[in-house]
Ligand binder design. Structure first.
Ligand code: PLP
Length: 479
């Protein structure tokens, strides 16, 4: 940006337009409840309103900003307090501002030397989080391990799998091609990103074992052990177990202690995926989710889901950073420098897939400092309390059944009238634009998922949503 350039936006104009953009975003949040939560456009509708070709000459910034009017109908309002689909993706003012500064600085922190603050703030804030959530101390950079920010939990789990593969195969990737194949275990309820990681890591989908779950949809450790024994008997090499704390379908909690004991017995890498549920450990009363985490070789959770930090921001911890670094390290000539040589700095390019890295820790810094530990606890606690109240309203209506335990902020329930009725109910609610819900299948049944976690969602919002669900059911029961 130069004040004297004809072509670039001057700093004066940037200041002027930037203020308008901040106003635009603030107005959006003021009015967010007026939009239909789920975008109601048809496929192709947004594109059909865009110019056929790119402008030959640059346009006024004000005109570019007004293009948002054409795009807003195609926005699904994830930050609406009535968004209860999937899992939350909660953001906050401080997170947005932190991200804006990161973008404004425009740095690229691939190695320590290319912006020491980018690396050191990241290391520092991730060490803070270990204490804030009472995670095993081995995950700290001051111990044997360390934390790093990845874009998503999918990337975190992939990186864990690659480190486990390299630890077991000692870098001899031919192991995979021979009949001494490496096997991977996760539950039938695990997130699809584990299967994807197995594919990307080249370990072969046929080497992925889906462990049975119990009546609470949590992994059955007995079945895990049977599968491992069976693979060993066939000369295969059990390499990686992914346990989930808060499954995507129903927030089931895999029993980490039992699974951890099995992993220790057979020398298998234990990765724990707590993508959404992880931030619950900010509150001492929810630290049951950490039981058995001391067995884990790696751990991931997403501040971009339930910790007020805008997408994308996934925390990844490893107990032994050397194994991770050995598996991903590269050092071409052009990246050599005296600080790396001194071995006194962290070069995060060796802790993940991309070389280039943005200053992602800045938004986390903003969030933690703005809310403080207590503020974040109030946020999490409020959602869990409100979810439990909603659960009691659902339970009180005998037409509905809660089909899975509700340890935190997700309710899985169904109306007694069967799959088609429930599916029609979800479609009708979503078409109304008043609320957005998604579904899952458990034991072959169509199940409605009600997920609570957006920044602005209050008990009053839940009450109104529940009343609206009952109203819709009443209409549907008439038909
Ligand atoms: N793991 C679990 C348990 C999830 O619920 C999800 C998404 O909801 C993911 C992983 C994937 O998260 P991401 O989008 O960060 O890759």
């Amino acid at each position: 940006m130069s004040k004297h350039s004809n072509q670039h936006m001057t700093t004066d104009e940037f200041r002027k337009q930037g203020k308008k953009v901040i106003d635009w975003i603030a107005d959006y949040y003021d009015q967010i409840e007026q939009y239909p939560v789920l975008s109601q456009v048809k496929p192709g509708e947004i594109r059909s309103n865009l110019p056929e070709s790119a402008p030959l000459k640059g346009r006024e910034y004000g005109d570019i900003l007004s293009d948002m009017d054409k795009m807003m109908p195609g926005i699904t309002h994830w930050q609406s307090p009535n968004f209860h689909a999937f899992f939350p993706c909660a953001t906050s003012g401080p997170a947005i501002l932190g991200d804006l500064i990161s973008t404004g600085l425009g740095i690229q922190g691939m190695i320590w030397a290319t912006s020491p603050a980018c690396t050191e703030v990241e290391t520092h804030v991730l060490d803070w989080l270990v204490d804030m959530m009472d995670l095993p101390k081995k995950f700290k950079s001051t111990a044997s391990g360390g934390g790093v920010l990845q874009d998503t939990a999918s990337s975190s789990s992939l990186v864990a799998l690659i480190a486990a593969r390299e630890r077991t195969s000692h870098g001899d990737t031919n192991l995979n091609g021979s009949n001494r194949q490496l096997t991977v275990y996760t539950s039938q309820q695990a997130h699809s990103s584990i299967e994807k990681a197995v594919k990307i890591a080249g370990m072969g989908k046929n080497n992925l074992r889906l462990v049975n779950v119990d009546s609470t949809f949590a992994m059955d450790p007995k079945h895990l052990k049977e599968l491992i024994e069976n693979d060993l008997a066939q000369g295969l090499i059990p390499t990686f177990v992914c346990a989930t704390v808060g499954t995507t379908s129903s927030t089931a909690m895999d029993p980490l202690k039992e699974i951890g004991n099995i992993c220790t017995e057979y020398g298998i890498w234990l990765h724990v995926d707590a993508a959404m549920a992880g931030p619950a450990a900010l509150c001492p009363e929810f630290r049951f989710i950490n039981d058995g985490l001391n067995f884990a070789d790696s751990y991931t959770f997403n501040p971009h889901k339930w910790m007020l930090t805008n997408f994308d921001c996934s925390v990844f911890y490893v107990a032994n950073r050397k194994v991770l670094i050995d598996s991903l390290s590269i050092l071409p000539e052009y990246l050599k420098n005296k600080d790396t040589d001194s071995k006194t700095v962290i070069d995060y390019r060796d802790w993940g897939i991309p070389l280039g890295r943005r200053f992602r820790a800045l938004k986390l810094w903003h969030v933690i400092n703005y809310y403080g530990v207590e503020g974040l606890q109030v946020f999490i606690r409020g959602h869990v309390e409100n979810t439990q109240k909603l659960k009691s309203w659902i339970e009180a209506d005998e037409r509905f059944e809660i089909v899975a335990p509700v340890p935190l902020n997700l309710i899985c329930f169904r109306h007694q009238n069967g799959n088609e009725f429930n599916e029609n109910l979800v479609n009708s609610l979503n078409e109304s634009g008043k609320i957005y819900l998604t579904h899952t299948k458990l034991n072959g049944q169509y199940i409605i998922r009600f997920s609570v976690g957006q920044a602005g969602t209050s008990l009053d919002h839940l009450k109104k949503s529940w009343d609206y669900i009952l109203e819709t059911v009443k209409e549907m029961e008439k038909d």
